[in-house]
Write a new protein. Structure first.
Length: 255
């Protein structure tokens, strides 16, 4: 169930900053993996890998759970909740499903998505509810505003899920080995260029088509031009850092 990787394997930091849309077979594949894990628990001959939470929930989810201090028991409870949701069929009303969960089950959902406050199912949007029923590393953007609602929280990720594979490959090459803070900074810059500013919690974009390579080429070119125009006003070292990054991106996008 791990996130699919493009040609360049993603680092842990890259996985944590990227989300993939679940495909049409996601629920069926998850249910099969869950049943295999249950069977593996009572079969000494079964693969040890099949018994792991990482095999079921994915590398991104288990990595983030480790960082947040989420216990294996909580992750296992969350995995069972997902199986119950997917077993019920179409999640066209995720809010209704969440409303059927016990307080303990809702708290497992909360812990596994790193939410600070208890989940109030009555106030969730459908997108916010749907994303609680996906392991970390996956999400849906039902209103296509470039922002993922996760429970009551609103989060951004980059690259966009519908970005061309060629752009994702270029992005992962350019940010490989980069510290997480710098990668998030450049990701937010690119995200803002695509989707525009958020005003009163609402996106004003997209300004550029996120599924077009030409959009990213133009954005990178504009950033390079802006660097030259503002060079005298930038903090020490910023010009050199940004020039190096966007020049590399431009070269990768034009190969």
């Amino acid at each position: 169930m791990a996130i699919r990787e493009v040609g360049t394997p993603m680092t842990a930091s890259q996985r944590r900053s990227y989300r993939e849309a679940p495909d049409s077979s996601f629920q069926e594949t998850y249910r099969a993996a869950f049943q295999a894990r249950m069977a593996a628990g009572s079969d000494g001959q079964a693969s040890a890998e099949m018994r792991t939470l990482e095999h079921l929930l994915g590398t991104t989810h288990t990595e983030l759970s480790a960082l947040r201090g989420v216990s294996d028991a909580s992750q296992a409870a969350y995995a069972a909740i997902l199986n119950k949701a997917y077993d019920a069929g179409d999640l066209g009303d995720a809010r209704q499903f969440l409303a059927t969960l016990s307080a303990l089950e809702l708290d497992a959902v909360r812990q596994n998505h790193g939410l600070a406050d208890p989940i109030d199912t009555a106030t969730l949007s459908e997108e916010g509810a749907a994303n609680l029923l996906l392991p970390e590393g996956y999400s849906v953007d039902l209103n296509h505003d470039g922002i993922d609602e996760m429970g009551a929280a609103r989060t951004a990720h980059f690259p966009p899920r519908d970005a061309p594979a060629e752009f994702r490959e270029a992005w992962f090459q350019a940010t490989a080995g980069m510290d997480e803070g710098s990668m998030m900074t450049y990701g937010l810059m690119m995200h803002g260029a695509i989707y525009g500013m958020q005003i009163d919690g609402q996106s004003q974009g997209p300004r550029y088509a996120p599924d077009s390579m030409d959009s990213y080429r133009r954005i990178v070119s504009d950033y390079l031009a802006s660097l030259e125009a503002q060079k005298a006003f930038l903090a020490d070292g910023q010009y050199e850092r940004d020039k190096r990054f966007f020049t590399q991106m431009e070269a990768l996008l034009n190969t």
